[in-house]
Design a protein around this ligand. Structure first.
Ligand code: ADE
Length: 234
């Protein structure tokens, strides 16, 4: 198994919001085993303003504050002077919508910065001059980019070689081949009279594999027919 260490720097005004997602279970183990280094930077620490402000009123007027350029530019310049970054990502509802294919590609990167937006967003000059990729986790608006960043990082880190115990399990996830995953069952084989499909108890690997493929296709046809069309386009 080849070993890689990815580094992810997350820039946020709410570092506390990102503590627990990365300090439990798979995400914590991935860091402990050295597969990924996740560094969280508090943008406020880089404010030179005496009140440690990180936002300001919009030019041209209008409701809502805008994240200031200086503290964010300072951190990004500092990080860039320390290593080369493959992507500098801005989490934003108007970015490209995250899908499995994007997570797959991003799991091959070495160093990544993720900027979490707040308020009305960041001064657009940050987006124009530093950001290389803008990502949304769906067509709805969150209070900030932190939860979106946690979703993105989770989707990437679980794909790094060695992070999941059974290395094949990420490959059999939903979406990996544009199909949803088939239903799964565990003991007992009967509960309240509800039985596990007979074929899964048959011990016949070939039949079981065929059943799983059929179920995956059926589920996809019923729930996400768009995925099947997408597969046909490629
Ligand atoms: N920030 C606020 N809403 C978001 C979303 N849907 N995706 C990514 N970042 C966001």
């Amino acid at each position: 198994m080849y070993f890689c260490n990815m580094r992810i720097d997350i820039l946020t005004v709410l570092p506390k919001l990102l503590e627990s997602p990365f300090s439990i279970s798979i995400m914590q183990r991935a860091q402990d085993k050295g597969h990924v280094t996740i560094q969280i930077h508090n943008i406020r620490d880089y404010s030179t303003n005496k009140h440690k402000n990180v936002d300001d009123y919009q030019y041209g007027g209008g409701a809502g504050m805008v994240m200031s350029i200086e503290p964010i530019a300072t951190i990004i310049e500092k990080l860039k002077s320390e290593r080369t970054y493959d992507e500098i990502i801005y989490m934003s509802p108007d970015g490209e919508v995250l899908e499995q294919g994007m997570a797959n590609k991003m799991s091959l990167l070495k160093n990544v910065i993720i900027l979490c937006g707040h308020y009305k967003g960041v001064d657009n000059r940050i987006r124009e001059h530093y950001i290389t990729k803008e990502i949304s986790i769906g067509s709805y608006v969150l209070s900030g980019g932190e939860l979106a960043a946690a979703v993105l990082v989770d989707s990437i880190v679980r794909l790094l070689p060695g992070v999941l115990n059974d290395e094949t399990s990420a490959l059999t996830d939903c979406f990996q081949d544009d199909l949803l995953a088939p239903p799964v069952y565990t003991r007992p084989s009967e509960f309240n009279g509800w039985k596990v499909p007979e074929v899964l108890l048959s011990g016949n690997d070939e039949l079981i594999e065929k059943w799983r493929e059929d179920q995956a296709l059926l589920r996809t046809q019923e729930r996400r027919p768009d995925l099947l069309k997408k597969g046909g386009e490629n």
